[in-house]
Every structure is written in structure tokens, then in C-alpha cells.
Design a protein around this ligand. Structure first.
Ligand SMILES: [Zn+2]
Length: 378
């Protein structure tokens, strides 16, 4: 199986970039309802629809949801790529649909998706609401979980561009986590299975994005959905789609998430495959926060006598239904222990932001130049 050609063949062309509101997926839901069952599961706090799609007739039940954080759209794109794949005839598709029932909530937080926020319309982080269940969206998720009784849950997110794979200069393009089920982070049966699946996906993905796969922060928090489901004995995997170098639309990461899902479906439907031992999981390096979007190294600025490094982070702003990247000064000092998606070498020359070489934290950058030369940050 040539996995790259699968992606090119089944990629959902109508979805692109970072801004994926409900209107973008609505026409796809009706198309996909030809191969699966489309159900209105409930409504958000601002009364937008939350749908599920169920496909396949098999015994093994997989439940996946995306965009519980409204501005985390990469995995939503990958899910529609996967649904396209599953809607065509083929050996793997047949195997999957015969042995699995897959229930997808492609957009749990349509209000957050609309205005491009992590939280829902009441400014609640739905991934901290697993115990309170104070929001309609949380109740939709739990009602589906309880009625469907999944054997495996996939909790699908985007992560910020700041993560490195361990202490290395490789950005975490994808991170996985088998969330812990309790404070002592014991390896319960469900967690062990999630760890084994992650290990196997990691082994298959490594040749495609060598050393760009990390393990997400393992702190236990029962208010998070993944930890709650794992504590209820249901194997749960957290997917975190990160930044592939330079890919601010996250179209490359979308592709690798698609591959991860294909590998996962192959794994759970091929009984002959023996899964790796769980200690493989711990060899995946834990994420560290060592990346900035841009670092200007050895810059001369007028308000600090010695040469400094300047870190720039892009903030995403929704403007006319498009996401604009707004570059801002994030840190000034010695950043030799940090990495950047783009490194600019000033080599002791004067750096000007908006024509001024007095440079402060949090400054918005309209124009960057090193001496007289204008520099692009992307
Ligand atoms: Zn998230």
C-alpha cells in the first residue's frame, strides 16, 4: 500500500487551512451520510448542530471526536480525508467496515470553531469540563460515549508550535499520549493497550517524519476528557497535530494524522499483528517547550548594550473568515538553548522593528529589517 498516494487520492479538497467553521463541514456531512448514518446528537450553547457519523458494522467500536477546541481544526481535515477513503471500495476499507463500527463527532465545539477560539461560547474549556459537565457540548460527548460504549477513543487536537521532541532541535509535528487513569499514573489494561497502539503507529510513522514525533505532557487531570474515559476503563489516545516546519496551514500535519489513522485502523483490524511491548512507548521522547516561530540571533538593538536574541511568535487572528498570522516579539535575551522554525542571523547588525531599533516584548511586528534589508519572517 502506497500511503502517500492514498492521501492524494482521498484528500477532501474543499477543506484547507486553519479556519474550519461548521459551514465548511455541513455539505460534507450530507455527502458522507450516503455511506454512514448521520445523526444530530445535540446542540451547542449557541444552538449550532453537533452531528455524529457512524460507519461500519463491526464488533470493535471506535469513537473519535475533533475540534472540542474550536481553533484546532487539523484533525477535522484528516477525519474527512479518512471518511473519503472509507467511502471507496478497497481491501482495507472492507476489512475496517466489517470489523469496526466507527463513530465520529467531527466538530464538538462549533461555536468555538465559528469565532476561532479554544473555548466554547461561554468561555469554558470543554477539555476541563469532564467532571462538571456544565456545558451542552460536554453532555453531547458523554451521552454519545455512554450510549455507544466504545472499545477505543481517539481525542483529537492541535498543539502549539512551541513543542520540541524532547531536548532536540526537531519540532513535534505529532504528539501522542495514552492519558493516565489515576494520580499514580498506573498502567491499567486500557492504558497499556493505548500505549501499545501508539508505539506501533510511531514505528510506522518514523520513516516518514523521522524524530518529529513526541509524547504529550502526562500530568493527570480528571477534568480532562481523555483521563476520565481512561479512568472508566476505555482505552483512549490523545492525538496532537503540531507544526511541520513552515506549514502554518497545517496541511502537511493533516497528511500525517491521516496516515496515523490508517495505520491505527490496520492495526486494530489485523488480528495477526503482534503489538509492541509497552516499554516502546516510553522511548518516544516527551515534549519540551523549546521552539519559537522565529529567532533573530545576535541582534544589535538600541535599548540593550550587549547583543541579544529576539524570539518572535505568531498569533493567529480571525479576519474576514481567514486566519492572519500576527508576529509579536515574545522574548529578548540569550536564547541559545532554544530552537526556531525559522532562524535569522543578524551577526551583530542592527535590527529594526517598524523602523525602530528600540525593541520591547509584546511589540507587534509590521516590518522587520536587519540594517537596511527587509526580512520575511515566514
Ligand atoms: Zn486541544
Amino acid at each position: 500500500m502506497n500511503i502517500k498516494s492514498l492521501f492524494n487520492q482521498y484528500k477532501e479538497q474543499s477543506l484547507y487551512g486553519r479556519y474550519i467553521p461548521f459551514d465548511s463541514i455541513a455539505p460534507l456531512l450530507s455527502t458522507q451520510s450516503k455511506i454512514g448514518m448521520l445523526k444530530l446528537e445535540g446542540r451547542s450553547e449557541e444552538a449550532r448542530d453537533i452531528h455524529s457519523l457512524t460507519i461500519g458494522n463491526g464488533a470493535f467500536k471506535i469513537f473519535m471526536w475533533s475540534q472540542m477546541h474550536g481553533n484546532e481544526s487539523t484533525t477535522t481535515k484528516s477525519i474527512f480525508d479518512l471518511l473519503n477513503f472509507l467511502s471507496f471500495e478497497g481491501a482495507l476499507q472492507e476489512q475496517v467496515l466489517k470489523s469496526c463500527t466507527i463513530k465520529v463527532l467531527p466538530m464538538l465545539n462549533p461555536d468555538g470553531a465559528e469565532c476561532y477560539t479554544r473555548e466554547n461560547a461561554n468561555n469554558i474549556d470543554l477539555n476541563r469540563d469532564a467532571q462538571n459537565k456544565s456545558q451542552r457540548e460536554t453532555n453531547v460527548l458523554f451521552n454519545v460515549f455512554e450510549a455507544f460504549k466504545p472499545d477505543l477513543c481517539l481525542n483529537m487536537h492541535d498543539q502549539r508550535s512551541i513543542f520540541s521532541v524532547g531536548n532536540t532541535a526537531k519540532s513535534a509535528v505529532i504528539s501522542f499520549l495514552a492519558p493516565s487513569a489515576d494520580e499514580s499514573k498506573s498502567i491499567t489494561d486500557s492504558r497499556a493497550y493505548a500505549m501499545q497502539l501508539i508505539s506501533s503507529i510511531n514505528q510506522k510513522l518514523q520513516p516518514l517524519i523521522p524524530n518529529h514525533i513526541g509524547r504529550y505532557d502526562d500530568a493527570f487531570n480528571i477534568n480532562c476528557v481523555g483521563h476520565t474515559f481512561q479512568s472508566l476503563g476505555v482505552p483512549t489516545i490523545l492525538f496532537e497535530a503540531g507544526l511541520y516546519p513552515g506549514d502554518y496551514q497545517r496541511e502537511k500535519t493533516r497528511e500525517y494524522i491521516f496516515y496515523s489513522l490508517i495505520y491505527l485502523l490496520e492495526l486494530v483490524t489485523t488480528t495477526k499483528t503482534s503489538l509492541p511491548k509497552i516499554n516502546h512507548y516510553t522511548t518516544i521522547p516527551e515534549n519540551k517547550k523549546l521552539f519559537f516561530d522565529v529567532i533573530i540571533r545576535d541582534a544589535k538593538i538600541s535599548n540593550i548594550p550587549e547583543l541579544v536574541d529576539i524570539a518572535i511568535q505568531f498569533e493567529e487572528k480571525l479576519l474576514n473568515k481567514k486566519i492572519e498570522l500576527v508576529p509579536k516579539v515574545h522574548k529578548i535575551g540569550d536564547l541559545s538553548k532554544f530552537f526556531a522554525h525559522k532562524n535569522l542571523k543578524a551577526n551583530g547588525k542592527s535590527v529594526f522593528i517598524n523602523d525602530n531599533s528600540t525593541i520591547q516584548n509584546h511589540q507587534i511586528i509590521k516590518e522587520l529589517s536587519i540594517e537596511n534589508e527587509k526580512i520575511s519572517m515566514i
